[in-house]
Design a protein around this ligand. Structure first.
Ligand SMILES: CC(C)(COP(=O)(O)OP(=O)(O)OC[C@H]1O[C@@H](n2cnc3c(N)ncnc32)[C@H](O)[C@@H]1OP(=O)(O)O)[C@@H](O)C(=O)NCCC(=O)NCCS
Length: 166
């Protein structure tokens, strides 16, 4: 059972805390400047996840309104989202908070009429891969050398957005 938590829209004021989590969970964290950029883009939905203790996670997506089709699904989507980041502070991971945050993001995306979600993940990031699989995401492609520091490819995973919470 997770303790009481809720999501709010990420603002400039959250960036310090978000950065401190980002630096602890990712080997190559996004820069402060990049967070400023994504928070100010009106096509992005960036959320922070909070408990009484403050911000313990964050995540967000970019809403695309370009009609898109995938050979694997044979469907056309008028709106879709690109999940650009999701992270829970290390000490809070595997307690259901990521699920809560993902649920909120997907509900918001559905409210914006998004039909599909895709994302990139490192094949070595087993926790995230297992998290996305649990949400019904499957591998739809590979981007070579997406993470150039380690010469690591990205798995592109996608799912239609009619998912019930796992
Ligand atoms: C991926 C992440 C956001 C998931 O959030 P979370 O709060 O840890 O996830 P939840 O507690 O809701 O767990 C849901 C599922 O995720 C997977 N998972 C999460 N943490 C895991 C761990 N430490 N070990 C194994 N599986 C894990 C499991 O499939 C889990 O289901 P289960 O509870 O039935 O085992 C979080 O682990 C994280 O911040 N990781 C570091 C940042 C990152 O890699 N982000 C993704 C970039 S692509």
């Amino acid at each position: 059972m997770i303790s009481q938590c809720y999501c709010t829209i990420m603002t400039e004021k959250d960036i310090d805390t978000v950065l401190s989590i980002e630096k602890r969970v990712f080997k190559h964290p996004w820069s402060r400047e990049f967070f400023h950029l994504i928070v100010s883009d009106m096509h992005n939905c960036m959320l922070t996840l909070r408990t009484d203790a403050g911000v313990i996670g964050y995540g967000g997506y970019h809403l695309l309104k370009n009609r898109t089709s995938f050979l694997s699904t044979r469907h056309q989507y008028d709106r879709m989202i690109h999940l650009i980041n999701i992270a829970i502070a290390p000490q809070e991971q595997h307690n259901g908070f990521g699920t809560f945050l993902m649920n909120t993001l997907i509900r918001r995306a559905r409210a914006s009429k998004a039909e599909y979600c895709y994302l990139e993940v490192r094949p070595t990031n087993e926790n995230a891969f297992s998290f996305y699989r649990k949400w019904g995401f499957s591998i739809i492609g590979i981007i070579e050398n997406y993470y150039p520091h380690e010469c690591e490819n990205a798995l592109v995973m996608g799912s239609e957005l009619y998912l019930p919470s796992p």
